[in-house]
Design a protein around this ligand. Structure first.
Ligand code: SF4
Ligand code: SF4
Length: 433
């Protein structure tokens, strides 16, 4: 398992040698990785398991719906990751959650495809329909209990829209919703590290309004992300948003939302996000640039071909930019004003592709981990707690046989994706790095 060796002061050495690089350092080096669970996705057991697997694989951030229950599930997943990291032999996991990914919630300033759910009433469907909607749904959100008795399970729908376009009768509608910051439980604000605002060119007034409503959140935040799709006027629009937000006391990410929720559809979906990232980099906007929307297993190689990834090893990059080194005393943050105008991306966010890599294994992983839970099930709620002692009757633990367990397979797949850009944060045994 790699750790970075940083030059400079003892404090810096301590931060980098003994502890995992912070998410902020990842941004600076250019190897930040975010997992997107889905701005509308509210299946808590799945969010918990995704957070666990990808935290162990070393992501810097987990992005979830702005829903108190979903945030609690993701937090539980991070606790699961710490519990498992200890059993995987990682000594750093004992130290006060240092190195855990930041938890981000997503909000929208107006109508946005990420904030919608499909709806139809199966009673109106012809009994002889082949139900292509059911087959195409990536999350099994469309379910039929019997002929003419079916519909969309809202908590499983993340609004990808694939069922809407495939229905031959146009029977499926999209119901949009707006995430309201006021609806998020105030007592949970301390559980979130970052916020992402989804906006579109021309929505300045709505953005400004949402930004004002977010002021009570700002003391809790370590990072702001703005997610925006391409448009002929996107650069001046983002410049306007920057002046609305300035001065910012935390780092800012421009998430270039290429082709939303499409990364699992094929190789070519990554191009739109990369093109937009190039455009924003060329514009020299202050902030970090991170593609999303269509990113997949081909994204890193494409970015490398285009020279858009910082190739300098992490340690030498931090050496040449010492002002950016974070210290534990500052909570892992450095002066964001030192952000340089860059010509390379600062990271990548994976959504549907990242989820699809491990989704088929999640139920089996639950089953494997079940004997170590005190009560409830990973699959039923976010309240299952780890037992304080090993159960007498349990089979060999899945973390002791990673080469032959679904847990091991899931971790390897997650690390395979995350490891394309970074190898320095994961909690896994050496053979997984
Ligand atoms: S196909 Fe997409 S939009 Fe339709 S129900 Fe499934 S997740 Fe929702
Ligand atoms: S494809 Fe359309 S008509 Fe057919 S079952 Fe699905 S929603 Fe009903």
């Amino acid at each position: 398992m790699d750790t970075e060796t940083a030059p400079g002061t003892a404090a810096r050495s301590c931060a980098v040698e003994n502890l995992l690089p912070s998410p902020y350092q990842s941004l600076q080096v250019g190897n930040w990785v975010k997992l997107i669970c889905g701005a509308s996705y509210q299946d808590m057991p799945t969010v918990r398991r995704l957070a666990m697997l990808y935290a162990l694989a070393g992501v810097d951030c987990i992005d979830v719906a702005a829903d108190g229950a979903v945030v609690a599930a993701a937090r539980q997943g991070l606790e699961d990751a710490v519990w498992l990291a200890k059993r995987l032999g990682d000594r750093r996991s004992a130290s006060a959650n240092y190195g855990l990914p930041w938890l981000m919630v997503s909000l929208n300033d107006s109508e946005d495809p990420h904030f919608r759910k499909a709806y139809f009433d199966g009673a109106h469907c012809p009994p002889d329909c082949d139900r292509p909607c059911e087959t195409i749904c990536p999350t099994a959100a469309i379910q039929f209990q019997a002929a003419s008795c079916g519909g969309v399970k809202p908590e499983l729908c993340y609004g990808c829209g694939r069922c809407i376009v495939i229905c031959p009768l146009d029977a499926i509608e999209a119901q949009s919703h707006q995430a309201r910051p006021e609806a998020f439980p105030e007592e949970q604000l301390s559980q979130i590290d970052a916020v992402e605002i989804h906006t579109q060119t021309g929505h300045q007034a709505q953005f400004e309004q949402l930004w004002q409503r977010l002021q009570p959140w700002r003391p809790h935040l370590k990072l702001i992300s703005i997610s925006c799709p391409d448009h002929a006027q996107v650069v001046p629009y983002l410049q306007t948003l920057h002046s609305i937000m300035a001065p910012l006391e935390v780092p800012l990410i421009w998430q270039t939302d290429g082709r939303p929720m499409s990364g699992d559809l094929g190789k070519g979906t990554t191009h739109a996000a990369i093109r937009l990232a190039q455009k924003i980099l060329q514009a020299g906007l202050p902030g970090y640039v991170q593609p999303a929307g269509g990113t997949n297993g081909y994204t890193v190689s494409k970015l490398l071909d285009l020279g858009l990834i910082n190739n300098a090893p992490s340690a030498s990059y931090l050496n040449s930019h010492p002002s950016g080194l974070a210290s534990p005393q500052s909570g892992g943050m450095a002066n964001h004003d030192s952000v340089l105008v860059r010509n390379t991306i600062s990271g990548i966010a994976y959504g549907s592709y990242g989820r699809s890599q491990v989704q088929p294994l999640l139920d089996t992983i639950d089953h494997e981990l079940q004997p170590w839970l005190d009560n409830a099930s990973l699959n039923q709620s976010s309240s299952g707690q780890w037992g304080s002692s090993e159960p007498d009757t349990a089979p060999a633990a899945p973390w002791q046989r990673l080469d032959h367990s679904a847990l091991g397979q899931g971790l390897a797949l997650a690390q395979q994706l995350v490891g394309q850009l970074k190898m320095d944060r994961h909690f896994l045994p050496a053979r997984y790095g």
